[in-house]
Design a protein around this ligand. Structure first.
Ligand SMILES: Nc1ncnc2c1ncn2[C@@H]1O[C@H](COP(=O)(O)OP(=O)(O)OP(=O)(O)O)[C@@H](O)[C@H]1O
Ligand SMILES: [Mg+2]
Length: 246
């Protein structure tokens, strides 16, 4: 494998009850790159992201993080290095915002309490929520909750951040604040894989767009090229639908 890849996904397959959902997916991600994964519902985007950190165990293929293979045997350590931001935020509802952001640093990374609190405030500031440190998730808007979830992932100092439709549970007026944070992270050189329908983000932040359909990567390329002239007919059709319906 190329040794400058942060994430190297090779020939990953997955079937559910004999039905192939991922049919040999491979892509690589260099440090500081953002790749945006798009494709119709059911094409396997979430399954792929989940396979990368073994929330779903792939049937075959290999996944390397910083040159080290992701395996059952090292999965806890590997997961600690991959931040995952879910559609539905997945915050601990009984913990304050501050505790949500500091708890994994202490429990997983063994960070001492004072350092974890300082780091938590730093990441909350980065997403514009330091004043909400003592609030509970239920007291926040969806957009704010998602930004806490991003701060929590950042506090772990991940090698790569994986986002699965981070704005699709949000009202349209709250989508922008989350997209802006993601855009800022991309500008700062974070390494990210983002499943999203936010094509403005894809245009501005993606180094490459990967179009998936029916368990395959059908086409991939720079956003300018892909938006201007997707070579694949199905990619074009998909982009047209997205353009019409947001
Ligand atoms: N746990 C599961 N058990 C059985 N089938 C599953 C499971 N998870 C996903 N699938 C199936 O795998 C296929 C791919 O699903 P996946 O969620 O990866 O698609 P997706 O591209 O993320 O779609 P969406 O855009 O709707 O989120 C679908 O046909 C889905 O029904
Ligand atoms: Mg999905």
């Amino acid at each position: 494998m190329a040794d400058d890849l942060i994430l190297d996904v090779q020939n990953v397959t997955k079937a559910y009850d004999g039905l192939a959902v991922l049919k040999g997916i491979g892509f690589g991600l260099r440090k500081g790159e953002t790749k945006v994964l798009i494709g119709p519902s059911g094409s396997g985007k979430s399954t792929l992201l989940r396979c990368i950190n073994y929330l779903t165990v792939p049937d075959a293929g290999r996944i390397y993080l910083n040159g080290e293979e992701v395996l059952d045997a090292n999965i806890d350590a590997m997961r600690a290095r991959m931040g995952f931001v879910f559609q539905d935020f997945n915050l601990f509802s009984h913990l304050t915002v501050l505790d949500n952001v500091r708890i994994c640093q202490i429990k997983v990374n063994g960070t001492d309490k004072e350092t974890a609190i300082r780091r938590a405030y730093r990441e909350l500031e980065r997403v514009g929520l330091e004043e909400k440190a003592n609030a509970y998730p239920a007291e926040l808007s969806g957009g704010q909750q998602q930004r806490v979830s991003i701060a929590r992932a950042l506090a772990m100092d991940p090698d790569v951040l994986l986002f699965d439709e981070p704005t699709s549970a949000l009202d349209p007026e709250l989508t922008g604040e989350v997209v802006r944070v993601m855009q800022q992270l991309a500008n700062e050189g974070m390494t990210m894989v983002v499943v999203t329908h936010e094509m403005s983000f894809a245009r501005q932040a993606a180094d490459e767009i990967i179009f998936m359909e029916n368990g395959h990567i059908v086409e991939q390329g720079a956003p300018t090229a892909l938006f201007k002239a997707a070579t694949n007919e199905r990619t074009r059709a998909f982009l047209n639908v997205i353009a019409e319906h947001g």
